[in-house]
Design a protein around this ligand. Structure first.
Ligand code: IPT
Length: 995
């Protein structure tokens, strides 16, 4: 059979897969072949280039790397990246792919170093090549392989002569039959994107080292058995090895079980022991963690204790290098996760670079290692017709993939579950893969969400399930499966959300609601937020500005746009507000205010008490500290306590800012297991109580005066005769009116998985984006206030906001004016509204340079369903820093609970805004929501990328009673009832003071 890129067959000419010890862990010689290789790109796999062609005058291309990114961020000499989510960018006719199939010819010169050891075998190792490739040496075709995120090894033993140059030729196609199995939601990026090396394998080498390191929590005993094998032909033959654990003074032979009292490994305490495995010809030193994963009574346990996975889905991504990630980036990811209380990672949707797993072992993250398999594009109205996962022709290929993963990674303590793949439907190859995994490693449970009835897996998994449904599953009362036996089996399983809380743009909202369920029900083992990072590739626009590109930005004809930007990190790894929210929700020491005015402190570690943390409280008004102290409290793992401010704490009289009692669990010292990532003062959790509300504003009693032009003057506010606000605080007013719209978030724009219209569509249907004001009357009241009646509504609808604005100067404060806004909705409104409040746009040429200090929740943005990270206090920003530069511009930056804000303009002047009573539907709340931008919501909505937003010479403020939550409807549930904003009467009392 002639093998082509359209052949469905396991790799040919390759050696049996072996385990991959950390770099430097083996005594065997290896040499890296990374560097600049010779390269030429052809339009078709039939390149017509002789395998013996040395390509001396070809281009140079960095290996590892993707050819599409060779000139990033400025040029794209070898075609551009293309982004697709699930739909195949080519006709579905497996195993065929388009003729238009860019194919790279790589050449490099191989020369064995002079000191290359004699005897044994020499393997050429590829850690990852996307997607299909053929390897030739000195003009002879030796191997064909695929499995983009899996290693391939080729035996070159009899072909390499020391001191001689050999020509290595690799032909890599962009598309192949395997593209049908690698349809992950990401950029299509090709080439030799992970390292290449030559590996010496001495005779009797340690090609496969299986580490069985368990921990018996009842006795504190670790058991260790190491099985060692050498690759012989296509199989493995056991070899006798010596196993020592120097730190424990243990020695044994391979295959023998040894026992000792050990400290177990967990993500909380990633204790590792050096285990030295030796044969006559090779020594491998592994970092081994003793731990046992089990499922008992439907509960997921690590070392005998229930563990909740508070995880993220991580794609490999670098904004310049794509999936060709450096060790520095991998470390950055791991440390960022640790610093944000993430304890688990699903390697969506393929085995990561193996070094990433070394880092997970070392720093402590539970891992779901996922097979390189997704066939999502087959899911259409014909219901997975032709899906490789249900096709016997593919069985060997898919089993080969999962086998290569388990062989490569089986020794990692961090891996607690194997995953058979993602979104690949069901069928005969699911049990085939599951059997293969169990045969190699019965010690870890198997995950695969696509096994809908969980027949072949060990955990029940869903993605984006609504919290109501998760609640039912938690209680074990979810709807039954048709087959009683399958249903009974699944009911005995722990439940996992392999994806939830879609973090696209502003969001995810509702994370706390899910997390509370995870805590409530033992059956729920947690979940993995979708996803870790926005895959925005850095590129220049026509004017040379750098920006983060998403689907369509490379002129792709067929793409999925912004859906690639759905992470907790912005593409440059700046934490988004969503990551800060995640850290607060995942906090190991949760501190939550209770309705009875106490704080509930919960130790959510599975294995640690809180003796490493200090519980520090402060009583503060804004930033002014009134008192502070320590709570004498140590909580055992899983324990909780109710705490309250000390009984003798003297509370001040109400003043101009609320008084908070804030409690933080602050880590005191980092030990050796944590020092890589833990910073001094690291916060393990925080919470607070509002003890003293601010004093009400003194009722104004000044009188409006009438100007010569028939207009009105109320302190620093000037109006024309029609009642239009013309200037405030010495600045021209460009816009002032009630508003109900926002620049839709990605979540607002989508209808989620279960609903008809998106929120943004609903708002458009009532023309909320086109609101305009009609004045109905202007009068000066007996009390001397200027009363302006207006109706705010959009075209095509009868619904509107009947509004009265009442402006009154403040006696003895000539620079101050008070505004009461009364909004009465009229007519029929849709189920939600984006915001309720006033919009104020002031002319301010240097708006970006303005500063703002506010008392309220901060320091970062928060929304009704994403507010765990925000704490009451006094905070400061510039208008420029106030903006969150989401990869796709959208509503951002709201600060809630604001009781006062001081704007300082570049010219030295200022404006203070204080809040009096604010009620929605008659319910009082503390403070208002503040948003500030140097551009309008319309401009924000129009912009496709943040760098397109240009300050327009105005400062746009929103002073809202409230905003709608953010939800995660971009993929999943919309805003939950507890965070929806419904149209209701609103009353807001605000005071403006010129400074
Ligand atoms: C889910 C995919 O598994 C994931 O790769 C990603 O595409 C995510 O959606 C959306 O960003 S599948 C979806 C049909 C729930």
């Amino acid at each position: 059979m002639t093998i082509t890129h359209e052949t469905v067959a396991v790799p040919d000419g390759v050696v049996a897969p072996r385990f991959r010890p950390p770099a430097g862990a083996s005594s065997a010689t290896t040499v890296s072949l990374d560097g600049d290789w010779r390269f030429r790109l052809f339009p078709h796999p039939d390149t017509g280039v002789d395998r013996a062609e040395p390509g001396e005058d070809w281009d140079r291309l960095a290996v590892p790397g993707h050819w599409q990114l060779a000139g990033a961020p400025h040029s794209w000499p070898y075609g551009v990246p293309e982004y697709n989510n699930k739909l195949f960018p080519f006709p579905i006719e497996p195993p065929h792919v388009p003729d238009d199939n860019p194919t790279g010819e790589y050449r490099t010169t191989l020369r064995l170093p002079a000191d290359w050891p004699e005897g044994g075998r020499t393997l050429l190792r590829f850690e990852g090549v996307d997607s299909w490739f053929q390897v030739s040496l000195d003009g002879e075709l030796l191997a064909t392989s695929h499995g983009s995120r899996l290693p391939t090894e080729i035996d070159l033993t009899d072909r390499l002569r020391p001191g001689t140059d050999h020509l290595l030729a690799v032909r890599v196609t962009k598309w192949s039959a395997m593209s049908y199995a690698e349809d992950q939601d990401q950029w299509w990026l090709s080439g030799i994107f992970r390292s290449v090396s030559l590996e010496h394998r001495p005779a009797g080498a340690l090609d496969d080292v299986r580490v069985h390191a368990a921990y018996d929590h009842a006795t504190g005993t670790g058991t260790l058995r190491v099985d060692a094998a050498s690759v012989v032909g296509a199989g493995l033959d056991a070899v006798a090895a010596q196993v020592t654990v120097p730190e424990l003074g243990l020695a044994a032979a391979s295959g023998e079980e040894i026992r000792a009292a050990v400290e177990p490994w967990s993500a909380e305490r990633p204790r590792l022991y050096d285990v030295v495995v030796t044969t006559d010809t090779e020594t491998v030193t592994l970092s081994v963690g003793f731990r046992t994963v089990s499922i008992e009574d439907g509960v997921f346990l690590v070392n005998g204790r229930p563990v909740k996975l508070r995880g993220v889905n991580r794609h490999e991504f670098d904004p310049l290098r794509g999936r060709s990630v450096t060790p520095e980036r991998m470390l950055e990811d791991v440390l960022l996760m640790k610093r944000h209380h993430i304890n688990a990672v699903r390697t969506s949707h393929y085995p990561p670079h193996p070094h990433f797993l070394d880092l997970c072992d070392r720093h402590g993250l539970y891992v779901i290692d996922e097979n390189d398999l997704e066939t999502h594009g087959f899911e259409d109205e014909r219901g997975w017709e032709g899906n490789p996962v249900n096709d016997p022709d593919w069985t060997e290929v898919l089993v080969d993939r999962v086998t290569r993963m388990v062989r490569r990674d089986g020794h990692h303590a961090s891996i607690v579950l194997w995953s058979l793949g993602n979104e690949a439907g069901g069928g005969i190859n699911v049990p085939a893969m599951a059997d293969a995994v169990r045969a190699l490693d019965p010690s870890r449970p198997i995950h695969y969400e696509g096994d809908w009835s969980s027949e072949h897996v060990d955990v029940y998994s869903r993605m984006y399930a609504e919290s109501e449904h998760v609640d039912l599953i938690g209680q074990g009362i979810e709807p039954a499966l048709e087959r009683a036996d399958a249903d009974a089996r699944r009911r005995g399983m722990p439940f996992l959300q392999c994806e939830y809380a879609h973090a696209m743009g502003n969001g995810p909202g509702g994370l706390s609601d899910y997390d509370a369920l995870f805590d409530r029900y033992p059956r729920l083992m947690g979940g993995f937020i979708w996803e870790w990072i926005d895959h925005g590739l850095t590129r220049t626009d026509a004017d040379g500005n750098l920006f983060s590109a998403y689907g369509g930005d490379f002129g792709e004809r067929f793409h999925d746009g912004t859906f690639i930007a759905d992470g907790l990190l912005l593409p440059d790894r700046t934490p988004s507000p969503g990551l800060l929210e995640t850290a607060a929700v995942f906090a190991p020491v949760r501190i939550d205010a209770q309705p009875d005015g106490t704080l509930l402190v919960r130790n959510r570690y599975a294995f640690r008490d809180t003796s490493h943390a200090e519980l520090r409280w402060t009583l503060h008004r804004g930033e002014e500290e009134l008192a502070s102290g320590l709570l004498d409290l140590v909580l055992e793992a899983g324990a909780e306590a109710v705490v309250r401010p000390p009984a003798d704490l003297a509370l001040p009289e109400p003043g101009d800012a609320p008084v908070w009692w804030t409690l933080r669990a602050v880590q005191q010292k980092a030990d050796a297991l944590e020092e890589a990532w833990l910073e001094t003062g690291f916060v393990l959790g925080a919470g607070q109580l509002l003890l003293v509300e601010p004093a009400p504003l003194v009722a104004p009693s000044g009188r409006v005066t009438t100007g010569a032009d028939g207009g009105y003057v109320a302190g620093p506010a000037r109006f024309d005769r029609r009642g239009d606000l013309r200037s405030l605080a010495g600045r021209e007013v460009h816009a002032f009116r009630v508003d109900g719209w926002r620049a839709p978030t990605d979540n607002d724009r989508r209808a989620g998985m279960w609903r008809g219209l998106s929120d943004a569509e609903v708002w458009r249907s009532t023309s909320m984006h086109l609101l305009a004001e009609r004045k109905a009357g202007v009068a000066v009241s007996e009390a001397g206030a200027l009363e302006i009646d207006a109706r705010i509504a959009g075209p095509t609808t009868r619904a509107g906001f009947a509004t009265r604005y009442t402006w009154q100067p403040v006696t003895d404060a000539p620079d101050a004016v008070e505004l009461v806004v009364d909004i009465q909705p009229e007519g029929r409104w849709p189920e939600s509204v984006a915001r309720l409040g006033v919009l104020l746009a002031l002319d301010e040429p240097r708006a970006v340079d303005a500063g703002v200090r506010w008392t309220g929740l901060g320091p970062d943005e928060s929304y009704a369903d994403s507010r765990a990270a925000a704490l009451g206090g006094a905070w400061e920003h510039s208008v420029a820093d106030w903006q969150t530069r989401y990869t796709h511009p959208q509503e951002n930056g709201a600060r809630r609970g604001v009781t006062s804000a001081v704007l300082s303009f570049a010219d030295g002047s200022g404006l203070r805004i204080d809040s009096g009573e604010v009620t929605i539907g008659g319910r009082p709340q503390v403070g208002f929501e503040l948003s500030l931008r140097p551009w309008s919501d319309e401009a924000l909505d129009r912009a496709a990328h943040p760098h397109e937003l240009v300050p327009d010479g105005r400062l746009w403020l929103h002073l809202d009673a409230a905003q709608h939550g953010v939800g995660s409807a971009a993929c999943g549930p919309g805003v939950l009832p507890n965070a929806q904003l419904h149209v209701a009467p609103v009353r807001m009392r605000l005071r403006f003071t010129t400074l």
